[in-house]
Design a protein around this ligand. Structure first.
Ligand SMILES: [Ca+2]
Ligand SMILES: [Ca+2]
Length: 472
């Protein structure tokens, strides 16, 4: 009897210890890319340490994990899909189609199903640029929908929604009319919407910074600037100038430090050109004095670029000009910002900037006091997060490819996934070493999820669950 009661008493603790770790959003807890999992596999591939594998339609969204479920979005035959899988088996439990009344443009490396879902214990929330936001309960019943757009984001969408308290937050950056929106996660009703006229086109997922004393802030990387907003009201609080255009980086939040990366073609030069102000250009060039520059009025060294005609009216107005001017004068950088200022903190709270070998799409990783960057060509750079000092830089052997996937880490290892499905597993350290090179022989764009000793990795054709078999 005594033994039985003891067992009954112990049982809840035992069950609790088995409760699944979640990976509820793009890049997992807080967008950090870090799992507390142990016993993660080092060697894995199509024939090695596969717990299960499930064919999936295409899409670049990352798998997210909540309780016994995994969620992804996908597209197939012009349908926009939300798919729920059973975490233990990979079995598809349900699939729902989102409304699609338009087909917005996206560049070849993107898809109409790139933003990742976000989930809590009750609902999963998804965003499609061709519709807007939808929420389903865990059985697949639609709870609410909020049509958004149409959008004008030439390259398609990349920003994933996140949850913060009772709010679902989404960045909707585009050529004109960029905004940040927070809706009530229970019913999809907008709580606030903040226009972002100062930015044009972006793909970053925001972060939630929670100061020790004080209300939470949304950290939003955008074109040419990093901006913080009040989570409660959407009010703009502080910003850092001098970022690149088209940011994709998730902000890394560590203590009172914030790290954001930005890279854009042309921004690596140490000597950006000086470009006339709009007033100077008008004085010299505006022949018909309508306050705008037509193609024939542009200075001889300026070629009309449709990409820079943000409102697509064939004329360069002040916003178009200033955008171009900022674009060409911008310098790529990974910036380390100390939280604590208000207004423009560029000159007061930027602790350091690093300008070399920066990734385009993959976000940085901050793991065990080392910052990791992986860029196209398989070049990995580690930095001291306190000073920006480079600790090691080298090319990944056998994995000199393009990189879209953000690095993830757990169990003392860092996982770097190339476009071609080469996975370099690093022993985490400032002076990192490659432990193993695995090969999935399939295209990879989605950032993996890590939880409960398993790695959930989406390729072009399937979702894999990798884990050590008992006895390994
Ligand atoms: Ca004119
Ligand atoms: Ca224009």
């Amino acid at each position: 009897m005594i033994r039985t009661s003891a067992l009954i008493l112990l049982l809840p603790c035992f069950l609790a210890s088995l409760a699944a770790e979640d990976w509820p959003q793009f890049r997992g807890p807080s967008g950090s890319g870090i799992s507390v999992s142990t016993n993660l596999p080092v060697h894995f591939g199509p024939e090695n340490n596969v717990v299960w594998q499930t064919p999936l339609p295409r899409g670049h969204s990352s798998p997210v994990l909540a309780g016994n479920y995994i969620f992804v979005t996908a597209f197939e035959d012009k349908k926009l899909l939300t798919i729920c899988l059973e975490r233990s088996s990979g079995k598809i439990l349900w699939q729902r189609e989102a409304p699609r009344d338009r087909f917005e443009s996206y560049q070849p490396a993107n898809t109409p199903a790139s933003p990742s879902p976000v989930a809590d214990e009750k609902f999963v929330y998804v965003f499609f640029g061709d519709f807007g936001l939808l929420a389903y309960d865990l059985t697949g019943q639609e709870i609410w929908r909020l049509a958004l757009g149409p959008f004008n984001n030439t390259n398609g969408h990349g920003s994933s929604p996140i949850l913060a308290g009772n709010k679902l937050v989404l960045i909707c950056d585009q050529d004109i009319g960029s905004y940040l929106i927070a809706v009530d996660k229970q019913n999809g009703k907008p709580l606030w919407k903040t226009e972002r006229p100062e930015v044009a086109r972006g793909y970053a997922t925001p972060g939630v910074f929670r100061p020790k004393n004080g209300p939470a802030e949304l950290i939003v990387p955008g074109a040419f600037q990093l901006i913080s907003y009040s989570l409660e009201s959407g009010k703009k609080l502080w910003w850092v100038r001098g970022m690149a255009w088209q940011l994709k980086s998730v902000p890394l939040l560590h203590g009172d430090m914030i790290y954001v990366n930005g890279w854009e073609t042309g921004g690596d030069t140490d000597f950006p050109p000086t470009i006339l102000s709009f007033d100077e250009a008008l004085t010299k060039q505006d022949a018909n004095q309508d306050g705008k520059l037509a193609k024939g009025e542009l200075p001889p060294d300026v070629k009309f670029n449709p990409d820079e005609d943000l409102d697509h009216d064939g004329l360069i107005d002040e916003r178009d000009w200033n955008f171009r001017r900022t674009r060409y004068m911008a310098q790529n950088s990974l910036v380390a910002v100390r939280w604590g200022g208000r207004g423009d903190v560029t000159d007061t709270h930027v602790v350091w900037r690093h300008r070399k070998s920066l990734p385009n799409v993959p976000s940085p990783l901050l793991y065990q006091d080392v910052l990791y960057l992986v860029k196209d060509g398989g070049i990995v750079t580690t930095l001291n997060p306190k000073t920006g000092e480079v600790l090691k830089q080298a090319r990944l052997p056998g994995a000199a490819e393009r990189y879209w996937v953000s690095p993830v880490a757990g169990d003392g290892k860092v996982y770097l996934v190339s476009e071609g499905g080469k996975i370099s597993v690093l022993k985490a350290a400032g002076k990192w070493e490659v432990l193993v090179l695995n090969d999935l022989a399939d295209e990879c764009f989605a950032t993996p999820a890590i939880a409960d000793g398993k790695i959930y990795l989406r390729t072009r054709t399937k979702l894999y669950c990798f884990g050590l078999k008992h006895g390994d």
